[in-house]
Design a protein around this ligand. Sequence first.
Ligand code: NAD
Length: 499
Amino acid sequence: MTTTHTTVRRAPDAPALITDGDLPPLRHFVDGKFLDGSTDALIDVVDPSTENVVARVPEGTAEDIDLAVAAAVRAKAGWARLVPKARSEVLHAVADRVAEHAEPLARLESANTGKPLAVSRDDVGMTVDTFRFMAGAVRATTSMAAGDYAEDHLSVILREPLGVIGVITPWNYPLLMAAWKIAPVLAAGNTLVLKPSEQTPLTTLKFAELVADLLPPGVLNIVNGYGGTAGARLAEHPDVNMIALTGSVHGGRAVARAAAESLKRVHLELGGKAPVLVFEDADLTAAASALRVAGFWNSGQECGAACRVLVHESVAERFVEQLVGEVSDLVVGEPGAGEDVEVGPMVSKAHFDRVTGYLERAAKDGVRVATGGGPLDGPGYFVAPTVLVDVPEGAEVAREEVFGPVVTVETFADEEEAVRRANDVPLGLSASVWTENARRSHAIAARLDFGTVWVNSHLVLAGEVPWGGFKGSGYGRDLSIYALDDYSRTKHVMHNHGR
Ligand code: NAD
């Protein structure tokens, strides 16, 4: 395996990102209070840029989940009864509280995930915006007009909460993915039990600590623990009306299977493998500089990452040269090592092994390393920002989600081949098309089997527009009024007023 000369910037003399005083209570949050778990077992929470254990949280059990679900059940009638304005005011207060604590939250997120501070700050900013958007949207949502659709019968359509929602979040955006669920779930009038990733519970617990006095007890509950135990119990629990997971395809399948018994609704935001179609008329410089961010944001641990370039063969050489220029000077480092750090470590040793495993196998398959290509010196789980070229059609590294700082480049001869190959993956979360030809961009966007398609851009999100995938990337939508719909049910009430 080729390695690179990139070095990891360290921060030996920088002040620590957090002190013990910045940690949240390391317990479960149930019925408005922080509680110990039903066992003494603990889970180590590791800073992946130093490999140090920064905290230990209780390992939740089925019993802990049951306690939290019971609290959410008790709270649901009171919360559902509030008019939209009242719920909206609570969500605005939550947004204000998070905004007031933005910097310590960002530092805590970086201490747990290793992500650059710029990424954590962006996460916190979008968390605030998600609560503000949902606070406004819930007051503006409407349904079809009441009216007589059958003779002498007045139809009224009510939008109701579903009840108790189980939420399971991943490690790549711990606070932000929690916000993407909590805000619409609460706005729509539901209560919830959330299980954060066992690797990254700290900002979710901190969030609970910060907003505890703003929410009635039992409306928001958090239980730490592993997917196979606490998560599985949440998915199967008969009193949970819907289970929403952001995570891997494997986790999504397990949750959907567990949910089948009680026929609860399922909302899945799973993996991605975003193709980036670069045509011969594209602005190559703009595309290469956009990929510097979109391919390596959050160290490539991003479900919408621009990780699979398909470039027209006539411009491939020029494009690769520009892309390698961008990627080879990315700043890799610990989050405390400077405001300009762009790439941090992989979140865990297991994930580092997974990513480097893909690189080792790609090398054996004859894929050529244009820059990067392997691990960087520890401590910490750092991988060099990598561009792989001469990637044959169907290569594992170009079909499966690597979820690290790795971009592959394939070439195509014409539009038909570009679309066929772009769609030939089991995942369908997002894609981008780079061309100056508007007719082409419209036609191609329509043919791509992905839930989001950007034209001359990649990884730009907004609270007003939906996010979610097709095919193996799951179903259900985060953000926007579509998320509010997902966490609501419609009821038709028909009055016979004939005389
Ligand atoms: P993961 O599936 O391993 O874990 C996600 C969560 O699911 C964790 O809390 C875990 O404990 C839980 N879990 C795992 N197995 C479970 C089971 N059998 N029953 C119940 N819960 C279970 O995924 P991860 O590695 O933490 O996250 C990375 C994945 O998330 C990537 O595939 C990424 O693409 C995806 N992701 C998708 C989006 C999106 O919006 N589509 C956003 C972020 C991450």
